[in-house]
Design a protein around this ligand. Sequence first.
Ligand SMILES: Nc1nc2c(ncn2[C@@H]2O[C@H](COP(=O)(O)OP(=O)(O)OP(=O)(O)O)[C@@H](O)[C@H]2O)c(=O)[nH]1
Ligand SMILES: [Mg+2]
Length: 323
Amino acid sequence: MLIDEVNLTVKAGNGGNGAATFKRNAQTSRGGPDGGNGGNGGNIYIEGINDMQALSEYRYKKVITAEDGIKGAKQNLYGRNGKDTLIRVPIGSTVSDEKTKQVWEIENETQKILITKGGKGGRGNNEFKSATNQTPTYAEKGEVGEERFLKIELKLIADIGLIGLPNAGKSSLLEVLTNAHPKIGNYPFTTLEPNLGVMPSTKGRGKILADIPGLIEGASGGKGLGIKFLRHIEKTIVLVHCIDATNAQIEKEYETVRNELKNYNESLLSKPELVLLTKSDLVTQPQIEKNLKILKRLNKNIMTISIYDDNRLGELKERLIKF
Ligand SMILES: Nc1nc2c(ncn2[C@@H]2O[C@H](COP(=O)(O)OP(=O)(O)OP(=O)(O)O)[C@@H](O)[C@H]2O)c(=O)[nH]1
Ligand SMILES: [Mg+2]
């Protein structure tokens, strides 16, 4: 199961307290101050990782802490700093602070973000001695580490998003266009979570395709699997809208999906859209012509496809790469 949203409380380490002690040994019973400083609390960092499943670690672990600094001790012993904690999130995640509304986009594996800072260690009494006070009994307390309430959402970074009603043939296309092997079935809601695949390109890097679960009317109100998976196509460059050519009410199908996109985020409607009339091998040529005529009124960017027609698949790849 793909975990694509988690809420976490992150609490950096507290600083260790400074010590308030005095030298005591066989020679001196009333020596000067010798309390050491406390160590700093550990920080918490967030780093990107190229692993779509990375959030699964935080499915049950809801509070993330870093180690507290160790307190100072006598004989001017400094406390050690607390160890830092690293939270690894998949590239493409958005991290937001629920209170301050700050947002961090995790876009690569090299950026390491300091998300909460550990508290500074307190100074021991040795640091407070002065000409006027040779025997300070005072030492600082360590500062409290920062705390935040974070929401981490994964938005897959795909170039091309496959959308459509259940059973439209989205996963089948992912299978023939890319290296992926998604589950395919002749029933609705075969796909329960997004699949990614890479389509090789002769020019430059391959293109990443995302296949998401089918949408139905009312998905934005929670019907079927809902629209939460649409977040994964928010960052794509182009949407490939799959419509099953064997269906009778093509226009209604098109509008249903467009309407759910709109209800999720209106800006999805302005993304370039390629409409694919799928499973063309199952219908007659006149039927195809009729459907194309209907769809052309809705979107000029349209082509028919069958997973059994290698020529058409080649054409489709070229068209997608051009986007
Ligand atoms: N004849 C024919 N069958 C196809 C074609 N494309 C897909 N199918 C069949 O249509 C059915 C549904 O295909 P899927 O790829 O699972 O459909 P989906 O859109 O991913 O469905 P959900 O995951 O449920 O949303 C399967 O039985 C496929 O074998 C095609 O071009 N021709
Ligand atoms: Mg599918």
